[in-house]
Design a protein around this ligand. Structure first.
Ligand SMILES: *Cc1c(COP(=O)(O)O)cnc(C)c1O
Length: 399
């Protein structure tokens, strides 16, 4: 079936619209998906694809999971919300679930990962001011990613271009991701917090070594600073536990979540430990859309699916299987990650972007975060047969 027959505009027309009206901030692959089911996608011409990307780690429960779809449908036809000036049962139930499943303290709901981190940054700065620090500083890892609004951007040194977007907010430092001793020189009396992704996602899937996480924890404890884990990409079962920190020897004081949290709709959250009390107070922060019942209904359904211990066990075993099979491929020189958050390095005979494009033509969706790096974030509900299908495409493209 062609796009015209299916009632869709041609890709050429979409490119013209983009070229005329859209700010060209994205490098798009030449395909438009119109349908998804589990770990499969279909484009407008009816071609089927195995999805090893899950919409950037958003659709952890698989595309259009029936429980998520029906939760959204039931809520959207009943009530779409009335702002945070009134009570909402789904939102308050969700903050309880998030707290009890992680750090045990209070929660602020946001809409995105960037907003969750923005909340965390305000919170740790306020906490520092309460300790008498006038000019609090935040330490991030220099290859980390925390979002694109001004403060999370500045905690993302790779993208924080003073020449383009300056003046950037003050009070940010960064250190290398692989040096446990790096915190010693930087974390001190004026440090509000250290922010770390326990596994760096956008950088190409780099798990942060336990020694580095422990060194960050110790530096924070020594100086009174808070430790923030950005679990926007690692959370919601991605690594085989609901939150990635649960497989490390470290518990953070603040955790941010988003991406898969909303079951495909935008939901972010900033969770703190019980010792931090209220965190933020009346008037300190807010959001028009956050906590709206439609996306929160989706979040509850996503949490139901993704906190199932059987599913989490399956993420571990399928992750081990997928990583082992990837290591068997001649062109693959390194396999990184945990659970179903996987990065691979390919040899210098191959260009990752060319591999990504060829895989797409052959019916496999994966992500290309670097010249020699591919990132795999399949839906966590994917079965072995579909994993094998994706692997055979990748193996033939790399062969
Ligand atoms: C995607 C991502 C963000 C930003 O989330 P948005 O929802 O795009 O704002 C922040 N931190 C990490 C680790 C991410 O992967």
């Amino acid at each position: 079936m062609s796009s015209e027959e299916s009632g869709h505009r041609s890709l050429k027309e979409l490119k013209e619209l983009e070229g005329t009206y859209a700010m060209p901030t994205y490098a798009r692959f030449p395909v438009r998906f119109v349908k998804g089911d589990g770990a499969l996608l279909w484009d407008a011409d009816g071609h089927e694809y195995v999805d090893f990307f899950a919409g950037l780690g958003v659709h952890n429960a698989g595309h259009c999971h029936p429980a998520i779809v029906s939760a959204i449908q039931a809520q959207v036809s009943e009530f779409m919300g009335s702002s945070n000036l009134y009570y909402s049962e789904p939102g308050l139930d969700l903050v309880k679930r998030l707290s009890e499943s992680s750090l045990g303290g209070r929660v602020f709901l946001a809409n995105t990962g960037t907003e969750a981190n923005e909340c965390a940054i305000k919170l740790v700065r306020k906490h520092a001011h309460a300790r008498g620090i006038d000019r609090p500083r935040i330490v991030s890892l220099d290859s980390g990613f925390h979002g694109r609004s001004m403060a999370p951007l500045t905690a993302t040194p790779r993208l924080a271009r003073e020449d383009l977007f300056g003046p950037l907010p003050r009070g940010f430092d960064s250190v290398a991701r692989d040096d446990p001793s790096a915190f010693d020189g930087v974390v001190g009396a004026d440090t509000a917090a250290v922010i770390i992704e326990p596994i760096q996602g956008e950088a190409g899937v780099y798990p942060i070594a336990d020694e580095v996480l422990l060194a960050a924890r110790e530096a924070c404890d020594r100086s009174g600073a808070l430790l923030i884990f950005d679990e926007v990409q690692t959370g919601m079962g991605r690594t085989g536990s609901l939150w990635a920190y649960q497989q490390t020897p470290v518990v953070p004081d603040v955790m941010t979540a988003a991406k898969a949290l909303g079951g495909g709709l935008p939901v972010g959250a900033c969770v703190i430990s019980a010792q931090l009390g209220e965190g933020l107070s009346l008037g300190d922060h807010g959001s028009t859309f956050a906590g709206g019942p439609v996306q929160i209904a989706a979040a509850h359904a996503a949490l139901d699916v993704l906190s199932d211990p059987e599913l989490l066990d399956q993420v571990i075993s399928n992750g081990e299987y997928l990583r082992a099979r990837l290591s068997d491929l001649d062109a693959v020189t390194e396999v990184r990650g945990r659970g179903l958050m996987i990065g691979i390095k390919i040899d210098d005979q191959h260009d990752a972007m060319a591999v990504g494009r060829a895989a797409l033509r052959e019916g496999l969706v994966l992500n290309v975060p670097g010249e020699r790096t591919l990132r795999l974030l399949p839906p966590l509900t994917i079965d072995r047969g579909t994993i094998d299908r994706g692997l055979s495409v990748l193996s033939s493209v790399l062969g």
